[in-house]
Design a protein around this ligand. Structure first.
Ligand SMILES: Nc1nc2c(ncn2[C@@H]2O[C@H](COP(=O)(O)OP(=O)(O)OP(=O)(O)O)[C@@H](O)[C@H]2O)c(=O)[nH]1
Ligand SMILES: [Mg+2]
Length: 398
């Protein structure tokens, strides 16, 4: 009998370690939260996290992000455990990237290009693909030299350009040309979208905004009966979807769009500005919050900051606390498992500080279709009020 051959058909997952700097005054649970989120990003990108390294520092080292001792420690681990990539929780400067790469000799990623990578894998429409490619090239441009460090030694004498440099220059030129090409293409797409938006009837426009993975698409699907992709991964949605929704004979437009995250790469925000036009031009924002997330308050702040960047902070906003089914009160008795898991009632939510600090606000579970009527009613009242204000002579709708 011949020897049986077995084939390993499973895709090999890349093994990653995470590296973060702990700033003075940062609480342990904050550090954990930041690195958990980074791990979730690695998971979303298809990697598996094997270990995490942190170092307490005033600010990241300019040369190597962490200190040289810590880098040695990481290097030893990477070698002995055959790690494929090391992921840093902040954006690395081109020189940090070069130094670390030289030292560790494996793939080095930072938060920014991890996010860019996920975006690249998710982009569906021409607009999203173009936006991501543009952001990737802009990220790459200042970091180009690192690809050619092995050629540096071949440089000729004074005044002679080494082959490495020539290569970098022609690459740089190519990238710059591609960037301007993509910018042109985006302008064209923007124009088409603008015309499309203008052609829409004079309907009130409502936009779902919020941190990534809070349930925006689930809410969209629920109230518009559409099939927007929703899953427990970061950045499930990249493209903006707009649907006409009718609540009690009142039609309006509802849009679902890309979620926000801490330290969203600057280039990406720039490149996605046009995707976020829907947010900027909306009449009402629904700020969705995942109340079951341990740091939902931080997430609220990140979203508000991003909205400010977009010039959309002062819009009429309804704060919707979602996932109440999964909420666990932090004040619950730690020693009493049962009590800890006891659900918060709607009444309790309404009396909580969350309701006091965010008005108007309401509490729902999109997944379990809990309290949706109140949500729809509040939305309806808001839209009617806006409609009356805007079209005082229009008796058409209600
Ligand atoms: N327990 C619970 N899970 C929910 C609820 N609403 C949504 N989810 C889950 O949360 C995850 C994220 O939901 P999405 O609707 O994709 O979230 P999103 O805000 O659109 O996320 P991105 O598009 O990635 O920014 C999914 O696994 C949903 O099933 C809820 O009310 N309760
Ligand atoms: Mg989504």
């Amino acid at each position: 009998m011949g020897k049986e051959k077995t084939y390993d058909t499973a895709v090999k997952q890349e093994r990653a370690v995470l590296v973060g700097v702990v700033r003075p005054g940062e609480k342990p649970e904050e550090t954990k939260e930041y690195l958990d989120e980074l791990a979730f990003l690695v998971d979303t990108a298809g990697g598996v996290v094997e270990n995490t390294f942190t170092q307490k520092m005033q600010k990241p080292d300019r040369g190597t992000f962490v200190g040289t001792g810590k880098l040695e420690e990481i290097k030893a681990y990477v070698k002995s455990e055959e790690i494929d990539m090391v992921v840093f929780d902040d954006e690395l400067s081109p020189s940090q990237l070069r130094n670390i790469e030289r030292e560790l000799e494996v793939k080095i990623l930072d938060r920014s290009n991890l996010i860019l990578d996920i975006f690249a894998g998710r982009a569906q429409t021409a607009q999203a693909k173009t936006q991501v490619e543009l952001a990737q090239l802009q990220y790459l441009l200042p970091r180009l030299t690192r690809l050619w460090t092995h050629l540096e030694r071949q440089k000729g004498g004074i005044g002679m350009r080494g082959p490495g440099e020539t290569q970098i220059e022609s690459d740089r030129r190519m990238i710059l040309e591609k960037i301007s090409l993509l910018k042109g293409r985006l302008k064209l797409i923007d124009k088409q979208n603008e015309t499309q938006r203008k052609n829409r009837a004079a309907l009130i426009r409502v936009a779902l905004v919020g941190y990534t993975n809070v349930g925006k698409s689930t809410i969209m699907n629920m109230i518009s009966k559409s099939e927007v992709f929703a899953e427990n991964k970061l950045f499930a949605t990249l493209d903006t979807t707009v649907r006409k929704v009718v609540i009690e004979n009142l039609p309006f437009l509802l849009s679902d769009t890309v979620g926000f995250i801490r330290k969203l790469p600057h280039h990406l925000v720039e490149c996605f500005k046009s995707t976020l036009d829907e947010v900027r031009e909306a009449d009402i924002l629904i700020h969705v919050v995942d109340v079951s997330h341990a740091s939902f308050e931080d997430q609220i702040n990140v979203v508000n900051e991003t909205l400010k960047d977009l010039g959309a902070r002062d819009k009429d906003t309804i704060v919707v606390f979602n996932k109440i089914d999964a909420y666990v009160s932090p004040e619950a008795d730690e020693f009493n498992e049962e009590e800890e898991k006891a659900p918060f009632t709607l009444e309790e939510f309404k009396k909580s500080w969350m309701a006091q600090h965010n008005t108007p606000s309401l509490f729902i579970s999109a997944l379990h279709k809990e309290n949706l009527e109140e949500f729809k009613q509040l939305l309806y009242d808001k839209i009617v009020a806006l409609h009356v204000e805007r079209y005082p002579y229009d008796k058409l709708l209600y």
